[in-house]
Structures are given as C-alpha cells and as structure tokens.
Design a protein around this ligand. Structure first.
Ligand SMILES: [Zn+2]
Length: 408
C-alpha cells in the first residue's frame, strides 16, 4: 500500500509518522494499522461510538457502592496534583456524585508558583481533606540525577511517588477505591477504549512510567532507607483492603480543551507557559516538565507538543502540516529548566547530553535531532515555588526589627 500522506513537512526525516495525526513510530507501545493509522487515532474513533450513557451508569454504580460501604470513612482516595484533571475529578466526585473523597498529593518538590496556587485553590473550592507527602530536597536531587541514567528522564521519584503514595494511603486508611482522571486510552496509544491494554493494579505506575522499583533504584548514594517512601504496599495489604482504581475518562467523554476552559471559568484554575508545549495546561504544576519532555525528544525524537498536535489534528483543529510546524518549534527547544536540573544534580551540560545519547533509541542513532535555543525567558521562574518563598523571606528585613529601629 502506498503512503498517501504528505511526508515533506514531517519534523524528523527517517521517522515514520501516523498518516492521520502526528504520532511517530518511536512512541512507546504505538502500532500502525495497514493504512498507517496509529492506535490513538483508532481509539479516538471508538470514543465517538461508545455509548457514554451506559458507561455513566456503570460509574454511578461504582460510586454508589463505594459510598454505601464507607460508613463514616472516606468514600474514595482522590490523587491530585492541582493540575486541570484534579479540578475535574474533584468536581465530578464532590459536586456531581456527592462523595467525600480524601485528597492525596505526592508533591514532587518541584511545584511551580501556578501549581502551588492551583492545588490550594482546589482544596479550598471543593472543601477537601488533604494528605500530602513531600520527599526531602537532597533526596529529590539525588534521585533526579540517578533517574536520568536509570530510566532516561529526570522524574523517577515523581512517576514512582504518584503511584505509591495514594496506594499507601488507601491501605493505611482502608479506603479501597482510587479515582484518577484521564483514561490511558486517550493519548498514550498503549490501550484503546474497547480493549484497555493496561488495567490498573498495584504495579500500574511501575509499568506505565516509573519502570524501576524502589529496590532497583538503590545505589551507593541512595540507600533502601532513603527509598522507603517509594515502596509499594505488599500484594497482601492491597488484597486485604480490596484496593482498586478507575479512570474517570473510561466512564465519561473526555475533552481536555473543554474541561480546561470550563474549570478556568468556574473554579479559577490557572494555566501557565509550559516549556516544550504550545498549550499551558498539562503538567502546569511542575517546573521540570520541560526537562521531562526534552529527554523524551532526545530519546525518541518527539516531545510534548507532538501529543498535543496529534489530538488537535484528530479533532480537526489543526492540519497535519500545521501540527508538524508547531512540533518543530516546541519539541526541539532546549528548556530553560535544564539549568535548574544541572544545578541540582551537579552534571555538566555535556554530561547530560552524553547520558541522553546512550538512551537514544537504536533506530535513531544515525538520525540527527536538531536542538534550538529558547527564544525568550520563561514567563514563570523555573525554580520550585517553595524555594522562591524561602529566599524572598530570608532576604527581607524582619518587620519587627525594622519597626524597633524606627521607634528608637
Ligand atoms: Zn494517529
């Protein structure tokens, strides 16, 4: 079969792209059918044909049962970061179904100013009880360094903690149900709506993102004791509480754009400039998202804007060519947050690129991946907001001292 799509605008020569959207063959788990169409495009067709009323009834049943069983306890665990999905999840659970969730946050300790505001706003506006876990600064720094070599991105502690902490809370507080937001079928290309490839279980986040267990991350600089917060509860503990999880996106029609617009207007959620992306709403809570996506580009030849453009092309908001232009501009830009990453890990920029060269897919070794300098400084300062507050107050004169001096 001849490839009927126009290949001249494709951002990286030598990589095959979906003939309908902008998804490259180098995306993990993606498959192309005989027409050259990717799993995510097929999945988005299914999404249109699903009877969402039936799914909504299933969701109602699940939530009603959770409510009936919880007594005076919490109805479910609601893992949130303060991102746009957090607001939507909280809205659905609290406002639509009248549940009492326990909100839990694994704080990767890289929270941006916008992210800090969003999380606090979410807790206030939905009036949520909340538990948060934040790993120590030096632990985060050591893990960020080890992570690059171990899994090819800087974020093992976040991938792993986001999976482990809600499970720890679920087992300790005996709350069986966990409720996440977006379906994995939406963008990842690793599953489809009719046939979910990865069902949620204890090891879901290890399989999907963290790749390595806490034990596998131990080294001379990282003891088993350091890594204890990232240990998953045992299978026995999970079974005893009956822990299981759902993604709301498998039960209701998910539309990122609409949801974002809506929570912005109704609940005061804020987006911010995101490195490597042309939309400001994904991972807005993290200053390091740009480094995460840049390492993906260096390994696999695509970054965040490839996913965004692919969705927009599927939804008819962009032509494939326009999508590729945006991808070339954003995916290939050196993120400003790389400065912070190099500072906390003590790596030089050359060492960073050396590690990433090792991680590059074998099929891409001979293919040149262009990198452009970032045109202008990022709108938001890419230093954790808590560090910014500490620095600000440390260097401000103590108001009591100033007042005493004025009195004298
Ligand atoms: Zn596609």
């Amino acid at each position: 079969m001849t490839n009927v799509s126009d290949t001249s605008s494709e951002p990286i020569k030598g990589i095959k792209y979906c003939t309908r959207c902008c998804v490259p063959e180098t995306q993990e788990g993606v498959e192309f059918d005989e027409m050259g169409i990717c799993t995510a495009c097929r999945s988005s067709e299914e999404k249109m044909h699903i009877d969402w009323t039936v799914r909504e009834k299933q969701l109602r049943t699940i939530l009603e049962e959770a409510k009936a069983k919880s007594g005076n306890g919490y109805d479910c665990v609601l893992p949130i970061s303060g991102g746009k999905d957090s607001f939507f999840q909280a809205h659905v659970l609290v406002k639509v179904y009248g549940l009492k969730p326990l909100a839990v946050t694994f704080n990767q300790n890289w929270v941006s100013e916008t992210g800090f505001y969003n999380l606090q706003r979410c807790l206030e506006v939905f009036d949520l009880d909340h538990l948060q876990f934040t790993p120590a600064r030096s632990l985060v720094n050591r893990l960020a360094k080890k992570s690059l070599d171990a899994i090819g991105d800087a974020c093992w502690h976040c991938h792993s903690g986001v999976g482990a902490f809600p499970l720890q809370v679920a087992t300790r507080f005996k709350i069986p149900l966990l409720v996440w937001g977006e379906s994995i079928s939406e963008n990842a290309g690793r599953a489809s709506y009719s046939c979910p490839g990865v069902k949620f279980d204890r090891d879901y986040f290890t399989k999907v993102s963290a790749k390595l267990t806490a034990q596998e991350m131990t080294s001379a600089e990282l003891s088993a004791r350091d890594l204890h917060p990232f240990e998953l509860p045992s299978y026995e503990e999970i079974e005893k509480t009956g822990v299981w999880g759902i993604h709301l996106g498998d039960y209701m029609f998910w539309d990122d754009e609409r949801q974002t617009e809506w929570i912005r207007e109704v609940y005061g959620w804020r987006e911010t400039e995101m490195e490597g992306a042309y939309k400001g709403y994904k991972s807005a809570e993290c200053i390091m998202a740009g480094v995460h996506d840049f390492t993906c580009y260096l390994k696999r030849g695509f970054g965040r804007s490839t996913g965004q453009a692919s969705v927009d092309v599927r939804n008819g908001l962009l032509t494939r060519k326009e999508g590729f232009e945006l991808i070339r501009h954003h995916d290939q830009e050196r993120p400003e947050a790389l400065d912070y990453y190099l500072k906390i890990t003590g790596l030089s920029e050359a060492e960073f690129y050396d590690v990433m060269r090792e991680k590059k897919l074998a099929d891409l070794k001979t293919i040149d991946l262009p990198i452009h300098p970032k045109g202008k400084p990022n709108a938001e300062r890419l230093v954790p907001f808590v560090e910014q507050i500490i620095q600000k107050h440390l260097h401000q004169p103590d108001p009591r001292v100033t007042r005493d001096q004025e009195d004298n």
